[in-house]
Design a binder for this molecule. Structure first.
Ligand code: ADP
Ligand code: MG
Length: 697
């Protein structure tokens, strides 16, 4: 099937020039708003509105406020001294008031407001010195022009040089081009929500008659927002449906190795861990490919879930791979998992960029021959010459550090690899649905028992000395601490330099033997040694850059100091803080900042003091930073919505996901009448990826 934009949509994808009031100049101004076709104008909705309903008099109007009133122009009064305003007295049906102008063109004023004439005036009036004044009215219209002023004036987002009037006219022109389109939303949903049809929705959204018409939950706007997220969710659902059609391998674990490891654990898995393992094991056993996201806050115990899943694969005679974003994390997994796996006679190996020469060749040979059951590693797992005997399960730890690309690369390493991605960034539901909507979801919503709350405090950098003194006391008590240096976005090298400097001062203050250092610029062997010394307790303070942000697990560490906390994102700080509070001991997190803090930075940091709930922190982070930022624009699959508000309309997104999945289950090829309508919607919403998925069939 060839895919072409339906003809009915052509006018909306034509040029802007030719719309009422739009010439080459305004067209190029509109381009700055990412408006290049009438379609884009339709989806650029008024961001506000001004009530310009006419009144007889300013008397009794709520002031300060916008009033629109017909007046008879009275006397002009030029300023008596410099810096004072020019006044024009006007009389409405009941009272006299003043129009105020600073630095006016007097000629223009006399032409526009001739004494004795009737004028319609609209603008913000206020009471000053007991008199009603209106400085610089927005509109001064002669009686014959009053038709130009709508009772409720929509306010569009603008760019320098573009006026409301031009924008309003152009938008109305685009609305006039909008055709009637067949309904693509589930009729029951439309009815239940009282949504208008698409054409009506577009018309209403551009012709608000009062403030409530501008609200996101007004039926017209809600419908248009839904259209947007529905198109996106349909894209994800199409991708998921395609994945599911690809045959997978049935991997039936016997449970024997899992039980052996379970017996060797010093603790019992949490209910949430058990649930997640069961969901994954079910997926592995099914004859289709798994594509699952395991979401769990820092410290919720994702690694154990990963291990159990990998063991199930090994029980069935297959291989599994676990990829971590950093070398440190990969090694830590190796140290944690290999001894446990050995209990079940399972061989675990690690492959990173450091493996070279004969050792590497030997590992690769073992892997290809199936003598290695579980391979841990970094990106190095993707190298061309890495081939498995029978890779059944690929796991990506800390998925937020990777792009969608890596998911696919890992998937390509086996005939029908089941995929599990794990993330500790507790992304808000709306984002999870948008970014991972093609995946199934398991959530670890329960932490292992016995964790104590972490005490979090904000400390100004001026008090560095006091912090060091406290740290010295803590070290004397045998406690262990991380000291994280400021984030330097532009350069790892600068960050490393700062860390080296801090390392020196802390060594001087706490004693040479007590302090270790780890940063991204160090030779790998030194990094390992520094981590190992800290894990063993040989050093008690570990100065680090954000290389320890993800995954690092040293349960004995109970103090986290973050320097330059104001420069980190909330989610990142939450991750850092998550490095402590992992054992039974009481933990502390000190967020040091450079004074003075801006009010917004203070608000951000305070959230961390208030809560340890990663999901709440993520919601706040999303509100403060927006979606692209939170996931990293480059790797996020989240489209920029024009109307829908990811931050506030997660309900709509969940609805769209279930609608899209249900619909596709009934009409996978989009051949029904509604299917045809949905196709049109996908073109209208420019869901290119969906269209491609449809064309390849
Ligand atoms: P994350 O989800 O952040 O990757 P980890 O898998 O690193 O968390 O687990 C954090 C810590 O909790 C580890 O020390 C791990 O051994 C421990 N842990 C995991 N599951 C449990 C459990 N059910 N009970 C007690 N401790 C657990
Ligand atoms: Mg982890």
């Amino acid at each position: 099937m060839t895919s072409r934009r339906p003809e009915i949509l052509f006018p909306l994808f034509a040029e802007l020039i030719g719309l009422p009031g739009i010439g080459p100049k305004s067209a190029s101004l509109l381009e700055r708003l990412e408006v290049t076709r009438p379609r884009d104008l339709l989806f650029t909705l008024p961001s506000g509105g001004v009530d310009r309903a006419r009144r007889d008099t300013v008397q009794g109007a709520p002031l300060p406020g916008v009033v629109t009133v017909e007046v008879t122009v009275g006397l002009h009064q030029a300023p008596r001294s410099r810096g004072r305003p020019y006044r024009v007295f006007v009389q409405d049906a009941k009272t006299e008031f003043e129009l105020i102008f600073f630095h006016p063109h007097v000629d223009w004023l006399q032409r526009t407001l001739p004494s004795g004439q009737r004028r319609l005036i609209s603008g913000k009036a206020e009471i000053f010195d007991g008199r009603v004044q209106m400085p610089h009215p927005d509109y001064i219209l002669a009686p014959e022009d009053t038709g130009d002023l709508p009772a409720f004036e929509p306010i569009y987002p603008l760019t320098q040089g573009l006026t409301q009037k031009t924008m309003t006219k152009a938008a109305q022109g685009a609305v006039a081009l909008a055709p009637d389109l067949p309904e693509w939303i589930d009729p029951a949903l439309v009815q239940r929500n009282g949504w208008p049809d698409w054409h009506t929705a577009v018309r209403q959204a551009h012709s608000p008659a009062s403030q409530p018409d501008l609200a996101a939950d007004h039926p017209a706007r809600a419908r248009l927002a839904y259209d947007e997220v529905f198109a996106h969710q349909l894209t994800l659902a199409l991708a998921r449906a395609r994945d599911r059609k690809r045959p997978g391998v049935q991997t039936l674990g016997t449970g024997t190795k899992q039980s052996q490891v379970r017996a060797a654990l010093p603790f019992a898995p949490t209910g949430a861990q058990e649930r997640a393992v069961a969901e994954i094991v079910d997926d592995l056993a099914a004859p289709r490919r798994m594509n699952r996201l395991l979401q769990g806050d820092v410290g919720s115990g994702k690694t154990l879930v990963a291990l159990m899943a990998m063991l199930a694969v090994v029980e069935a005679g297959g291989q599994a791979a676990l990829m971590a974003p950093t070398e440190i994390l990969a090694r830590q997994h190796m140290e944690g998992l290999a001894p446990l796996a050995a209990q079940a006679d399972v061989r675990v190996e690690i492959l990173t960029g450091r493996d070279k020469g004969a050792d590497r060749a030997a590992k690769l040979a073992d892997l290809a021959a199936g003598r290695i059951d579980i391979l841990l590693g970094t990106h190095a797992l993707f190298q061309k010459d890495v081939s498995f005997h029978d890779l059944r399960l690929g796991i990506i730890d800390e998925q937020h550090r990777f792009g969608v690309r890596q998911r696919m690369d890992l998937g390509a390493k086996g005939a029908a690899v089941d995929l599990l991605v794990m993330t500790a960034t507790p992304i808000p539901r709306s984002l999870a649905l948008s970014n991972y909507g093609d995946m199934d979801l398991s959530v670890l919503d329960e932490k292992p028992p016995g964790r104590q709350p972490i005490e979090t405090a904000l400390v100004s950098a001026d008090r560095l000395e006091a912090v060091v003194t406290r740290l010295r006391a803590a070290v004397a008590e045998g406690r262990r601490a991380y000291w994280v240096c400021p984030l330097v976005e532009e350069s790892e090298v600068i960050a490393a330099t700062a860390a080296e400097a801090r390392f020196k001062t802390l060594r001087a203050a706490l004693g040479d033997g007590a302090v270790g250092l780890v940063h991204g610029q160090m030779p790998p062997a030194e990094k390992d040694a520094a981590m190992a010394a800290f894990v063993a307790g040989d050093t008690q303070v570990l100065v680090a850059t954000t290389v320890i942000e993800v995954g690092v697990n040293v349960p004995e560490a109970t103090i986290m100091v973050v320097e330059g906390a104001e420069g980190f994102g909330l989610a990142q700080l939450h991750q850092l803080r998550g490095r402590v509070g992992r054992g039974g001991g009481k933990s502390t997190c000190l967020l040091m900042y450079q004074s003075p803090l801006t009010p917004s930075a203070e608000a951000r940091l305070s959230i961390l003091r208030e809560t340890e709930d990663g999901f709440r922190i993520a919601e706040e982070d999303l509100k403060l930073r927006g979606a692209g930022d939170l996931l990293g624009v480059a790797q996020s699959g989240v489209p920029k919505f024009r109307i829908a508000d990811l931050e506030r309309q997660s309900g709509l997104i969940a609805l769209a996901q279930s609608d899209a999945r249900t619909f596709l289950a009934q009409d996978p090829e989009l051949t029904s009448a509604r299917g045809e309508a949905v196709r049109t919607a996908l073109y209208l919403m420019e869901a290119d990826r969906a269209i491609r998925l449809l064309s390849v069939g």
